[in-house]
Design a protein around this ligand. Structure first.
Ligand code: OGA
Ligand code: MN
Length: 194
């Protein structure tokens, strides 16, 4: 699996994999989403504010030293993936950060880039979809664009699937969903995060 992701990233800049997290573990992860989440904000520093016309998700950052035990295999997977990407492409990835995210019914995230203008250390974006069920009629697709604003791929967030892409090369959006959409979302950086 990790090998396949690395090869896809090399060839096309992104990789989508299904059945990365099995149904049983998705069920065990469900209580993670009962915790208190914070409204995701947009903008940097003093400009940061809630704007549900841009993004309506709720997030909970994970403690990198003590992530929830149930996510141990995902953390291990991400470390292995980071090593594999470094060995193949000399990306110089040093660290990753992640948050849990939930989009309640009616929420979305308009087209954006994950790369901040003033901080170029975000290099790889990844999202594990952690709800237990998803139907096409629920919407919530992740639409990935290239730099010419052409659609590269529309991804239905199937339970247990994973998308990985180069943060700089693919603007993307989350379409409005009609059921609660849950994920573990994060970024690999070319610097140590403190
Ligand atoms: C993000 C994001 C995509 C997704 O949180 O920056 O683009 O599919 N998420 O949840
Ligand atoms: Mn994003």
């Amino acid at each position: 699996m990790i090998d396949q992701i690395a090869r896809d990233v090399q060839q096309q800049g992104w990789s989508f994999q299904q059945n990365v997290v099995d149904q049983l573990r998705l069920k065990d992860m469900a209580p993670l989403f009962d915790a208190e989440f914070n409204p995701a904000k947009v903008g940097k520093d003093t400009q940061r504010q809630r704007n549900e016309e841009i993004r309506g998700d709720w997030i909970k950052w994970l403690d990198p030293i003590h992530p929830p035990g149930i996510l141990g295999p995902e953390m291990e997977f991400l470390r292995s993936l980071q090593n594999e990407l470094n060995q193949r492409f000399y990306l110089g990835l040093q660290d990753f950060e992640c948050h849990l995210a939930k989009y309640l019914s009616g929420s979305f995230y308009v087209k954006h880039s994950d790369r901040f203008e003033k901080d170029s250390s975000r290099s790889i974006s990844f999202v594990f979809y952690l709800h237990q069920e998803w139907k096409e009629s629920y919407g919530g697709e992740l639409v990935i664009y290239n730099k010419n604003n052409e659609i590269v791929k529309t991804i239905l967030p199937l339970p247990g699937s994973l998308i990985v892409f180069l943060s700089e090369d693919f603007p993307h959006e989350v379409k409005v969903c009609s059921e609660e959409r849950r994920s573990l979302t994060g970024w690999m950086h070319t610097k140590i995060l403190t």
